[in-house]
Design a protein around this ligand. Structure first.
Ligand SMILES: [Zn+2]
Length: 656
């Protein structure tokens, strides 16, 4: 393990708090030290308060901050002397502790200090660093872990047996530190949990962490347990329907739709296919706070009902020993290990599914290495339960706000790189959905640049490309709940007498035939949508009020409208709703260049602005307006509407 300290980089950070930010970020950069909000750091400073008195303060990581991206506002300052006095109390409940932390901060609007704040306060060093380093939890979760740790560190660290984070841990650490400290002490190992390092200098404290964790890694190397053989090769494709079926069952168990991410690299495939997977994966997480993300155990295979029953039994057994009444969390698994589908994670959002995947990716290595050092032995179910059902975590649950309308759902949108399609992507994202964005323009692949959008370049007129894109999209997020049939072309005016068969077929192919393939191929996924499948098709005013000179376009939109009405009849029994929008006067799309607009306005003897508002309401209809209605049609407001046709055109005399 190498120090990432760089003198030039360090110069950009000012003062003790600045260096605290810098070295915290250095820790956060290494995922084998901390992952997604794990670990915490602090610095002790002296500052003058508003009446000119000098105050000793502990600036400690606040909740909701990640070490990798933390900044000065992420370190709430708390009165140090008060924290030290608290550590001398016999008992302090968690809600009391949070109250004391919050009422002794210097900035009322700062985030709540870490629950390990009192522990940081008691250590008599300016800088304190804490991580859940993979190498340390690997060793401490094996038989004889304490002896191994003592052999590695000798008198360099203070040893703390496992005890739940919070006040009791802080108190125990304060006592043990005084008992065990000596001139060589540079850190503290918390069995089955993690490691601390400390010093009066930012660089030294950070580098002591690197040294200590490096020693643990060297030990694992010396036991020939570092290099891991992943003997099963990665799997490129997966059975998307099987994944969507699993997603439906997981969503039912949770009571909310989930995004599933399937990892099928050679590590995941090898782990899922180990003959001892049922033994090694069914013990517990690498460090207790992972339980909040991963739950205690993964599901092996696809029997979600069995998982739910086992989870209920775990809750009943362990909640019986709790001091207060506990409220059972949802029973859905978060990690699933399947021989075919790989290592799958379930989250309420793509972000959450990805975080869980990162954690379990590390967990697989940790378990595999521990197995090479005498066996993986995680904490007891009761210890993990106490963490999972910790007062403070339960309080967070009770607070939890209203989820976004399409949280955990997936929308597939065609023609998504521009105009109405792009606006639909934005409206779906704004409601919490993940999006599979299809477009013939390859720019779609990088246009959105975020984890909850998968952009696939695809010619919808090519059945093979389209079918593959649908499967790829469904496999990426675990299914498809909503389909927006948007891609289409408007080749411009051409009278029947002059229309070539070739031109006719081209328009029909893109505006109509492609939508048949989309409906047919997405249907199996819509059937498995936890909240029911929904389809919105972009029709056109031209269907309701055709004009001369666009027969191919008008006929294609009329046929598409009829197609959606028939689909509504065929699929209504399976809780799939299909509605059609008839937009008009949408001028902020690529078809309407400034020149075309100017020409059309001139044709009618109007200004461009008058031309854009040539409807009954004298209003401009934007792509965003159409996209918002598209999204709403998929939402609860229209839960009882199918086969409807809605104009969105500012009012058109001929339509009315
Ligand atoms: Zn910790």
């Amino acid at each position: 393990m190498k120090s990432l300290w760089d003198d030039n980089e360090a110069k950009q950070y000012e003062g003790d708090l600045g260096l605290r930010v810098y070295t915290s970020r250095l820790l956060g950069r290494d995922t084998s030290l901390v992952l997604h909000g794990g670990g915490n750091t602090s610095v002790k400073v002296t500052e003058k308060n508003i009446v000119g008195e000098e105050q000793r303060l502990l600036c400690v990581k606040g909740s909701g901050w990640d070490l990798e991206t933390i900044d000065t506002p992420g370190f709430p300052a708390v009165e140090l002397s008060h924290l030290i006095k608290l550590a001398e109390l016999e008992t302090l409940s968690d809600p009391q502790m949070v109250n004391e932390l919050r009422t002794h901060m210097t900035n009322a609007s700062a985030p709540t200090p870490s629950v390990e704040a009192i522990l940081h306060a008691t250590l008599p060093y300016k800088f304190v660093d804490h991580t859940h380093a993979d190498a340390v939890v690997t060793i401490t979760n094996t038989p004889g872990g304490l002896e191994k740790i003592k052999q590695i560190y000798g008198d360099k660290v203070v040893y703390i047996p496992y005890i739940m984070p919070g006040f009791d841990l802080a108190r125990l650490c304060a006592i043990e530190f005084e008992k065990q400290r000596n001139d060589n002490t540079i850190g503290m190992v918390l069995m089955n949990h993690g490691i601390f390092s400390f010093a009066d200098d930012a660089k030294q404290s950070y580098e002591r962490m690197i040294t200590l964790v490096g020693m643990a890694e060297d030990y694992i190397q010396s036991q020939s347990a570092w290099e891991l053989n992943y003997d099963i090769s990665a799997k490129d494709d997966c059975d998307a329907i099987a994944l969507a079926d699993l997603r439906l069952n997981v969503s039912r168990a949770g009571g909310f739709p989930v995004i599933l991410r399937s990892q099928r690299d050679n590590k995941a495939m090898s782990f899922c296919n180990r003959s001892d997977v049922a033994k090694i994966s069914q013990q517990g997480p690498a460090t207790p706070d992972h339980v909040i993300r991963t739950k205690r155990l993964p599901l092996i295979g696809r029997d979600v009902d069995a998982y739910v029953n086992a989870y209920k039994a775990y809750f009943e057994t362990n909640s019986a020993n709790a001091r207060e009444t506990k409220t059972m969390l949802d029973t859905a698994p978060r990690v699933i290990l399947d021989k075919e589908l790989g290592m799958i994670t379930a989250g309420k959002s793509t972000k959450e599914a990805n975080i869980i995947a990162d954690i379990y990716d590390h967990t697989m290595d940790i378990i595999a290495r521990a197995e090479l050092m005498g066996g993986w032995h995680a904490l007891s179910a009761q210890d993990i339960f106490d963490m999972e059902y910790w007062d403070l975590e339960q309080a967070k649950l009770r607070k939890g706000g209203k989820p976004a309308a399409f949280q955990g759902e997936i929308a597939l949108i065609t023609g998504a790189a521009s105009g109405i399609g792009k606006a639909c992507v934005e409206s779906m994202l704004a409601r919490g959905a993940a999006v599979v964005a299809l477009d013939i323009n390859p720019a779609v692949e990088t246009l959105f640049n975020r984890a909850d959008v998968l952009g696939i370049s695809c010619d919808v007129a090519d059945d093979g490309q389209l079918t593959n894109a649908i499967k790829q999209g469904a496999a990426h997020f675990g299914g498809i709940d909503m389909l927006v049939l948007n891609a289409g072309i408007f080749p411009g005016g051409c009278k029947i007498s002059e229309l070539s068969s070739e031109e006719w077929r081209k328009v029909m192919n893109i505006n109509l035939d492609a939508n048949l393939v989309l409906l047919r191929e997405v249907y199996p996924f819509l059937k498995l949508a936890p909240n029911g499948g929904r389809v919105v098709a972009m029709g056109s005013k031209n269907f309701l009020a055709p004009g001369p000179g666009a027969i191919a376009y008008s006929a294609s939109k009329a046929a598409l409208t009829q197609m959606t009405r028939v689909a509504a009849l065929e699929w209504g029994g399976e809780n799939i709703r299909i509605n059609t929008l008839h937009p008009d006067c949408v001028f902020d799309t690529s078809i309407w260049t400034d020149e075309v607009l100017a020409a059309r306005a001139k044709h009618y003897g109007l200004s461009v602005d008058e031309y854009k508002r040539k409807n009954i309401l004298k209003t401009e209809v934007t792509s965003h307006d159409v996209a918002e209605l598209t999204a709403e049609l998929c939402g609860p407001l229209f839960a009882k509407t199918t086969a409807a046709q809605l104009p969105i055109d500012g009012g058109n005399e001929r339509v009315i």
